[in-house]
Ligand binder design. Structure first.
Ligand SMILES: [Zn+2]
Length: 81
């Protein structure tokens, strides 16, 4: 199945943003971080900037606000300076 993400030019460089399947992809939602797994997101082939479709943002916000509804939980080690 081809990923449903329309290629477009990156906002930050001259790269092309294409579809990628998120795998343990950290996404910041306000002051929280959620991990995306399996969603189709956009990634610039040059600078690597991630683009999140509105539907993915919505799901991430919902999970951030209602962690009890998350598919699963993973702990993330923190490297503090
Ligand atoms: Zn870029």
């Amino acid at each position: 199945m081809m990923a449903e993400y329309d290629e477009h030019r990156c906002d930050f460089c001259s790269g092309t943003v294409g579809a990628m399947v998120a795998r343990h992809e950290p996404m910041r939602v306000d002051d929280k971080v959620v991990l995306l797994d399996g969603q189709i997101i956009g990634k610039c082939d040059r600078c690597g900037h991630r683009y999140y479709p509105a539907a993915v943002v919505k799901v991430a916000q919902r999970v951030a606000a209602h962690p009890e509804e998350a598919a699963r939980h993973e702990s993330i080690p923190v490297a503090a300076a």
